[in-house]
Design a protein around this ligand. Structure first.
Ligand code: SAM
Ligand code: SF4
Length: 448
């Protein structure tokens, strides 16, 4: 059967776990499915093909996936034609692939992060030849020109690099995503130019450490900035060891680059940062943070913190609390350390009981609440330019979007005089600061 027609009248359900890199891969999986003729459903019960694109960063993400796969047993029994696919970071780990293969016999296709481009061939074989396929072979080339089915018309995630070479001692990413490799600026700029001409107004550049982009990250940002059009550019994730003051100067002078820096610190203890192999000290981190706040007034700085790293003492943990108090992040993603097989940290002594880690975690949330609470007060009375993304989840007939600082802005759209403002920039006067968002109302009218 022709591969292009294989999916005709069949519906796929694609579920993504984990970070934006995974969501970006899922857009390619969906693009390939669409080219094969598949339709899409948001309801797994009525799907002909179910795809789980998985995450390996923490154990609870993996447990969730196993739970979801386990719950398909009845559906597969009732419909033996159902195709179950599990792919992504989690299955790139040999021990997980083996467990999946041996324990969940009804999973038809298992493939890792390096063979995404072979998905149509693998799926075709599974459907036509009715055989199970497992493929976690490695391939460190950058594959271009895969079709992408984007979820939104006005915003797009653009991977600029894949993999990671940093080997933070707790992290599975370098093992499951492979060595760091960058796309060329020409290809990235070409893709962005095309999307700008199609009306995309919000670009998120993706990489595990965008600051080590092989061809110069600051130069890439400047070239994107020079593309004609009204759009904004953000990026994640910045690694503190590679973030230069020059880059902050570029941001300060730019019209289009986001005033949001996601700068994971992970710990406030230099001893733990060293054990984590992070490559910077708290003092170096704080110096970058202060420089950014001086050069880019109002900049929003968010971070990631891990609690309970092997051997962390109360003293180390207190240093993290002290850091949170002095750094006053806009917000922080917080995690309890999760042991990842094959990493350096997995071999370290880890004497702190889980109950103590949980207590520390709760204590840290309270400190964060205090240190970040009120951070958004600085926007009250100001007018922020916001890309309207649709109705707010608050259910109060407000609209919602993000400002240049990456802050969620919920607003009353009435002054926009009934225009369709979704996917457009509006100016919003901020009247109130909440913990996770600011509230305001549209000023004048839609500005483009
Ligand atoms: N590349 C980014 C960086 O360097 O910050 C982030 C990648 S990782 C997918 C996102 C966050 O997950 C990390 O910043 C870290 O805080 C957290 N993380 C990674 N491995 C973890 C582990 N084993 N246990 C707990 N949290 C972890
Ligand atoms: Fe993981 Fe560190 Fe690479 Fe981020 S920089 S993906 S935390 S190894």
């Amino acid at each position: 059967m022709n591969k292009q027609l294989l999916g005709e009248s069949l519906h796929a359900y694609v579920r993504t776990f984990g970070c934006r890199a995974n969501y970006s891969d899922s857009e390619k999986i969906s693009g390939m499915l669409a080219e094969m003729g598949f339709g899409f459903t948001k309801n797994a019960d009525s799907a002909d093909v179910i795809i789980f694109n998985t995450c390996a960063v923490r154990e609870n993400a993996e447990s969730k996936v196993f739970g979801n796969i386990g719950s398909l047993v009845h559906q597969k029994r009732a419909n033996p034609d159902l195709i179950v696919v599990v792919c992504g970071c989690m299955v790139q780990q040999e021990h997980i692939m083996t467990k999946l293969h041996d324990t969940f016999r009804y999973v038809d296709l298992i493939f890792g992060t390096h063979v995404l481009h072979e998905f149509p061939e693998m799926l075709t074989k599974v459907i036509i030849e009715r055989k199970r396929i497992v493929n976690i072979s490695e391939n460190h080339k950058v594959i271009e020109d895969l079709p992408v089915r984007r979820e939104f018309a006005y915003k797009a995630d653009i991977p600029i690099m894949y993999g990671c070479d940093n080997y933070c001692s707790y992290c599975a990413v370098p093992y499951v995503r492979g060595r760091e490799r960058s796309r060329t600026p020409e290809v990235i700029l070409g893709e962005i130019r095309d999307l700008v001409s199609q009306g995309v107004k919000d670009f998120l550049l993706l990489g595990q450490n965008v600051n080590s982009f092989s061809y110069g990250f600051a130069e890439l940002l400047q070239s994107i900035e020079a593309i004609d059009g009204d759009f904004k550019i953000s990026y994640m994730t910045s690694h503190p060891k590679d973030l230069s003051k020059d880059l902050i100067d570029v941001i300060a002078q730019s019209e289009k680059i986001s005033h949001h820096l996601h700068l994971p610190i992970q710990s406030g203890s230099n001893r733990i940062l060293q054990l984590m192999n992070r490559g910077y000290t708290v003092e170096e981190y704080m110096s970058i943070l202060q420089y950014a706040r001086i050069k880019v007034p109002g900049i929003s700085i968010t971070t990631d913190i891990i609690v309970g790293f092997p051997g962390e003492t109360r003293e180390d943990f207190d240093a993290t609390l002290a850091l949170l108090k002095s750094a006053r992040f806009d917000s922080a993603y917080t995690f309890i350390y999760s042991k990842r097989e094959g990493t350096k940290a997995a071999e370290m002594e880890d004497p702190i009981p889980a109950a103590v880690k949980s207590e520390w975690f709760t204590e840290m949330l309270a400190v964060l609440d205090e240190s970040s609470g009120g951070a958004y007060e600085r926007f009250v009375g100001k007018t922020l330019r916001v890309l309207c993304e649709g109705e707010s989840r608050s259910g109060k007939r407000l609209y919602s979007g993000k400002s240049r600082e990456g802050v969620i802005v919920d607003f009353d759209p009435r002054a926009s005089s009934g225009e369709d403002i979704i996917g457009k920039f509006v100016n919003v006067k901020i009247e109130e600061a909440l913990k996770w968002a600011v509230l305001g109302s549209v000023q004048l009218t839609v500005d483009n």
